[in-house]
Design a protein around this ligand. Structure first.
Ligand SMILES: Cc1cc2nc3c(=O)[nH]c(=O)nc-3n(C[C@H](O)[C@H](O)[C@H](O)COP(=O)(O)OP(=O)(O)OC[C@H]3O[C@@H](n4cnc5c(N)ncnc54)[C@H](O)[C@@H]3O)c2cc1C
Length: 260
């Protein structure tokens, strides 16, 4: 099975710094890791490869330092990687990101299954998987918590659907997004780390993609971040005294005051 795992860089500390001019996140020079949900998507691909054979390509759109994260993905079990990196991709919203990743799939060639994480822990829109599937005109199943059966024509999965589960079969090629409950990601092995140092990693810029510049990055993003700010959390302590009924009345007044 030819599989592609979409891997996103996220900052390892929660502190978000925004560029006051473009209102986009500052990622340069910040410690970063593979988005935790993508480790579950990668593990799902490795388990499928162990069952059916095949090849795993890790794909990312990001700044040049994402190369180290893609080599980490190879150390965990991917066979090769593709990094789409260009200033022209900066400030992309989910639509522009999914279009760029779809164009990046053109560099990978054929595929049977694309695996994404359920969501990214920073943007957390969970939009990229479904949008990428639409851009490639293939079916998708979101929130997959178990892959039940798989062969060269289709996969059967269990989907976490609100308070229950759905069992779905989808014909390949397809895309799935994977939840944390699906598996336990393995750590990189020593052999994997050694292999990751020399494994094929293709670096591609906007000129190599079949995508017009007006559909990538900030230019290709209908979402406009008009203002960013770090909310100031104020804690005020107000004693509630008197009889239980007076305390209840005072609490009700406070609830009304803050408009809950
Ligand atoms: C705090 C914050 C809020 C944002 N709000 C919005 C918003 O409301 N609307 C909007 O359009 N954009 C928003 N963005 C921008 C958005 O984060 C980027 O477009 C991002 O590339 C994809 O969206 P996401 O982080 O929500 O990913 P999700 O859709 O949550 O990611 C799901 C999966 O898609 C894959 N994936 C995501 N990004 C990449 C990538 N760059 N390379 C490879 N695989 C990837 C991964 O497998 C990931 O697990 C926001 C960004 C931040 C930091």
């Amino acid at each position: 099975m030819r599989m592609t795992v979409c891997v996103k860089q996220v900052l390892s500390t929660g502190e978000v710094r925004m560029d006051p001019v473009t209102n986009t996140m500052i990622r340069e020079g910040r410690q970063s890791v593979i988005n935790p949900f993508d480790l579950h998507a990668l593990e799902a691909a490795i388990l499928l490869k162990e069952r059916l054979g095949g090849e795993i390509t890790a794909l990312s759109m990001g700044i040049p330092t994402v190369e180290a994260l893609l080599r980490d993905a190879i150390a965990r079990g991917a066979d090769r990687a593709v990094l789409l990196s260009d200033r022209a991709f900066a400030g992309a919203d989910t639509l522009a990101t999914s279009r760029t990743l779809a164009a990046g799939m053109g560099l990978i060639g054929g595929f049977d299954l694309i695996l994404c994480g359920k969501m990214a822990v920073d943007g957390d829109t969970a939009q990229i998987g479904p949008e990428l599937a639409e851009a490639l005109d293939i079916p998708h199943v979101a929130d997959v918590c178990e892959i039940l059966t798989a062969n060269e024509y289709s996969i059967q999965v269990r989907q976490a659907a609100g308070y229950g589960f759905c069992t779905l079969e989808v014909a390949l090629p397809a895309l799935i997004t994977v939840t944390r409950e699906a598996n336990r990601p393995r750590m990189p092995s020593l052999a994997g780390i050694r292999r990751s140092r020399t494994a094929p990693l293709r670096l591609a810029d906007s000129g190599e993609l079949a995508l017009e510049p007006c559909r990538m990055g900030l230019n290709g993003s209908p979402t406009r971040v008009v203002k960013t700010f770090v909310p100031v959390r104020e804690r005020v302590c107000r004693p509630v005294e008197g009889s239980p009924s007076r305390q209840a009345a005072a609490l009700l007044d406070m609830v009304k005051e803050v408009g809950i």
